[in-house]
Ligand binder design. Structure first.
Ligand SMILES: *Cc1c(COP(=O)(O)O)cnc(C)c1O
Length: 330
């Protein structure tokens, strides 16, 4: 197993990120799940980054990345291409730091997502009829207007920022022995794994994705970044590719991940339903996969060990959420 420091992000980077972003992010709480010990046979801790500003941990990485820009780069502004939590986070971090921001989106973006991003003050640019075309527009802004693209996961400053959630978690619960992390592009898992393994190399770090289009897990199987077909899922924040030219998150996840698990839509729904009815938490599908994995029996606790999972976000389409927690077809 390679040392994390060889791969571009180490504990010092995450500790520095924590000091840097502290004025801008919530130091979120870790709570013990009330309704899981009996069913799972172990204590389960929930790191509630669903309580983060903008409703997801993505504010951590985006803020750290922007605070590391030079004055000239800040003045030229930042650009991102995301309809979801990353778009909101970049918009909010830029607003707080006084950096001009443009979020490029395709014509297909739903009105409520557009409103979610505009509410944080960023300029939205509607371009093309697909995510690829919207991305091309972002790259044009980088080339022609000197803006900086804020990557969703594949940048050391973003990974270090996401890792601050791991530092906080280990501080609150030093005796954790298994960590369940929602996994898409791998910024969250990479950062948290670096922090957790520095505290205790024996902690198991397990990445969890949905069966419907798990780009990182398919890439790990192939031994290199591969493209997967995008499919709709309750865990919509886990969709999308990892980038065929992935440089940082793929090697870190490969080096530090101990196991990887895929969940069906029903298992994700069970996680959301549990969090709502037993823990009084509104969680989006992506953030309920740790609980879904425990309830499905796909993750087994070690004897006497404490398990923790990151409840990573709460931005969920309310109509879907209502159907899921009511036990209706979704
Ligand atoms: C982005 C996101 C993830 C996955 O993070 P990666 O760094 O892409 O692996 C998980 N949960 C939520 C709520 C997210 O927004």
């Amino acid at each position: 197993m390679g040392k994390a420091s060889d791969a571009g992000v180490n504990l010092q980077d995450i500790m520095a990120a924590r000091r840097r972003i502290a004025p801008y992010v919530v130091r979120t709480p870790t709570v013990l799940a009330k309704g899981l010990k009996e069913r799972v046979g172990a204590e389960v801790a929930l790191k509630l980054d669903s309580l983060q500003h903008t409703g997801s941990f993505k504010l951590r990485g985006a803020t750290n990345r922007m605070l590391r820009l030079s004055p000239a780069e800040r003045e030229a502004g930042v650009v991102a291409c995301s309809t979801g939590n990353h778009g909101r986070a970049v918009a909010e971090a830029a607003r707080r730091l006084g950096i001009p921001a443009k979020i490029t989106l395709s014509e297909l973006v739903p009105e409520n997502k557009l409103a979610g991003i505009r509410a944080h003050g960023a300029e939205t640019i509607i371009h093309g009829r697909s995510q690829d075309e919207a991305f091309e527009e972002a790259h044009r802004l980088v080339r022609e207007e000197g803006m900086t693209l804020i990557d969703t996961f594949d940048h050391p400053d973003v990974i270090a920022g996401q890792g601050t959630a791991g530092l906080e978690l280990l501080e609150d619960m030093p005796d954790i022995d298994t960590l369940l992390v929602p996994l898409s592009g791998g910024g969250l898992m990479a950062g948290i794994a670096v922090a957790a393994k520095a505290a205790n190399p024996n902690i198991r770090v397990i990445g969890i994705s949905m069966e419907r289009g798990p780009a990182m897990i398919e890439s790990l199987r192939a031994g290199k970044p591969v493209q997967v077909e995008e499919q709709s899922s309750l865990a919509d924040s886990l969709g999308g590719g990892i980038g065929l030219d992935n440089r940082w998150s793929f090697p870190l996840v490969r080096a530090l991940g101990d196991d990887f698990i895929l969940l069906s839509e029903d298992e994700i729904a069970a996680g959301m339903t549990h969090l709502y009815w037993h823990e009084q938490l509104v969680a989006e599908g992506a953030s309920a996969v740790g609980i879904g994995a425990l309830l499905s029996g796909k993750v087994k606790p070690r004897d006497g060990g404490t398990i923790a999972t990151v409840v990573s976000g709460c931005n969920v389409d309310m109509a879907t959420f209502t159907r899921v927690v009511a036990g209706d077809a979704y």
